[in-house]
Design a protein around this ligand. Structure first.
Ligand code: FAD
Length: 506
């Protein structure tokens, strides 16, 4: 059957065609094994675009055909769409072709050595987790907090969570990729084979190629996790302890270390009730030391163990590690949960948010990396001041180590060994007192402007700029390298137009 693209479609307009094998435009036929449908929005819900079509390829070869077809037109662009969980239109292609990577049929194959799995670029991390743990007792080493994201989508950014201080981001935990470049070539790459492509694509914002397969490193999966939250009223004590934990020698710390800021009030969305891990141990505010500021800090930790490990040994390891920490002793929360339950913890929050109707509302999120040298001032100017009432969702703050990030890859970071992820994960609540989407966007701008005005060393994570100047400034001294890589692997600027870095040329 032949599918014809007859019109441009409008945002949120979805129309599936049954089993078309070819897509024809201006008399030019593109034979595919998959099918074609139309769409145009993302998780952010702030941007929308009018793609010409969303193509559902079945094979890597289909992906290559789409790119080659686009390269024969003077204007067509191609955006790989993972799970569309970007927040600023990064996976969109205005009047271009969107390639739905989840439809590529490659799957998840665990190598018999147990050292790695070859997974499709469009595989969801949740599916990778389930296949590796349930089928083989193995698991990837580095995660994101939420797993309904695709392998290719997170590898195009970095992919970070509380394991990154040990293993680096997800981009440091893949050893080989299959990529379709903007030239339409299908290439396998690694640090030895086509290394320039390998390093370009990882953290490359989809600019150099579409990842169709990734080789993901595995380790034995634990059975259980001791999950702990402890509270601080002083930012200096919080940062001293969290930095001590992430700079311990490998194997001598927790397996997961994160932190978040919360409002010092009973606000159910931003305040004390967001800290406890189960309903049996509520937050008792009488233990908050006086004087405390408008916000408090929570250190979140996890330690892996096996079913056969005696709980007394787990207790001992935990106490050895937390013994010297200066949190408020009475504000300590802990539970034991299965390893998969721990990694799927945000899915439970998603289910609740869906029930409240806030999952599908806009998410004007702001993610940034802030240098350790500026994080205390960031706390003073931003958390304690601009954000003292919260953001309607989590405000993550935790350190990462630059030495765990290979600087041949495309991600740019602040200077210095320790820098902090700051993630303002905003949800739009329907109450009258909550900020509107426009106010949230304006507040994000105010935060970025304040960081610039105060001379903070920071980079946006999951960056979004609408001008070339913004991108040049973002990449700084890496801009020339980024441009040269683009000229090698996608000289016509066909790929990932939603990032708004390069203009399609002919
Ligand atoms: P998409 O949004 O579909 O695509 C993102 C970009 O990558 C686009 O430019 C797209 O063109 C490109 N792309 C997609 N697939 C490919 C491919 N196969 N090859 C090449 N380019 C491709 N990030 C973290 O690091 N840590 C977290 O803990 C974390 N938690 C999150 C929680 C939620 C609820 C959400 C919504 C996002 C979270 N993110 C987190 C951000 C997330 O990693 C990025 O938004 C990621 O891009 C989303 O993956 P996706 O598969 O939906 O990609």
């Amino acid at each position: 059957m032949i599918a014809y693209i007859e019109r441009f479609v409008y945002e949120n307009d979805v129309e599936s065609m049954t089993d078309p094998e070819t897509i024809e435009q201006n008399g030019d036929v593109l034979p595919l094994h998959g099918n074609v449908e139309f769409a145009g929005k993302d998780f952010g819900g702030v941007q929308s675009s009018k793609p010409l079509a969303v193509i559902k390829p079945s094979t890597t070869d289909d992906v290559a055909k789409v790119i080659r077809r686009a390269s024969r037109s003077p204007h067509l662009t191609v955006a790989a769409r993972g799970n569309g969980h970007s927040v600023s239109g990064q996976a969109m292609a205005h009047r271009g072709l969107v390639v739905d990577m989840k439809s590529v049929e490659y799957g998840i194959h665990v190598d018999p050595t147990g050292k790695y799995a070859d997974v499709s670029g469009g595989a969801l991390w949740e599916d990778v987790l389930k296949r590796c743990v349930l089928g083989h007792g193995l698991a990837p080493r580095s995660w994101t907090d939420y797993l309904d994201l695709t392998v290719g989508g997170t590898l195009s950014n970095a992919g970070i969570s509380g394991q990154a201080f040990v293993f680096g981001p997800q981009t440091e935990n893949v050893t080989e990729l299959e990529v379709v470049t903007g030239n339409g070539d299908v290439l396998v790459c690694s640090s030895n084979l086509n290394p320039e492509l390998f390093f370009s694509v990882l953290g490359g914002l989809g600019q150099f190629g579409i990842i169709t397969r990734a080789r993901v490193l595995l380790q034995p999966a634990p059975d259980m996790v001791r999950w702990i939250r402890v509270v601080y009223s002083e930012f200096s004590e919080f940062t001293r302890d969290i930095e001590w934990l992430v700079t311990r020698r490998e194997g001598e710390s927790f397996d997961y270390v994160e932190g978040f800021v919360f409002v010092n009030s009973d606000d159910p969305v931003n305040g004390w009730p967001t800290v406890p891990l189960d309903s049996d141990h509520p937050f008792d505010p009488t233990h908050i030391p006086r004087p405390a500021g408008p916000v408090l800090y929570c250190l979140e930790l996890a330690l892996h163990y096996k079913n056969e490990d005696p709980l007394s040994a787990v207790d001992k390891r935990v106490e050895r590690l937390v013994g010297g920490l200066k949190f408020v002793e009475e504000l300590r929360f802990e539970v034991d949960v299965g390893y998969m339950d721990f990694l799927l913890r945000v899915k439970r929050a998603e289910q609740q948010a869906k029930a409240n109707g806030i999952w599908d509302a806009p998410h004007p999120w702001l993610n940034m990396f802030v240098s350790k040298k500026d994080i205390a001032n960031f706390d003073r100017v931003i958390f304690k001041n601009i954000l003292k009432y919260g953001v309607g969702g989590p405000m993550l703050v935790y350190p990462l180590l630059r030495s765990k990030w290979d600087d041949r890859k495309s991600v740019v970071l602040p200077e210095g060994e320790i820098f902090y992820l700051v993630a303002l994960l905003r949800f739009c609540f329907p109450y009258p007192k909550a900020l509107s989407v426009e106010e949230m966007v304006a507040q994000n701008q105010e935060i970025v402007q304040n960081c610039t005005k105060n001379g903070f060393d920071f980079k946006l994570y999951l960056p979004h700029y609408s001008s070339k100047e913004g991108w040049k400034h973002h990449f700084g001294n890496q801009w020339t390298r980024f441009q040269e890589r683009k000229a090698s692997f996608d000289p016509m600027a066909i790929l990932a137009p939603g990032q708004k870095i390069f203009q399609r040329n002919w």
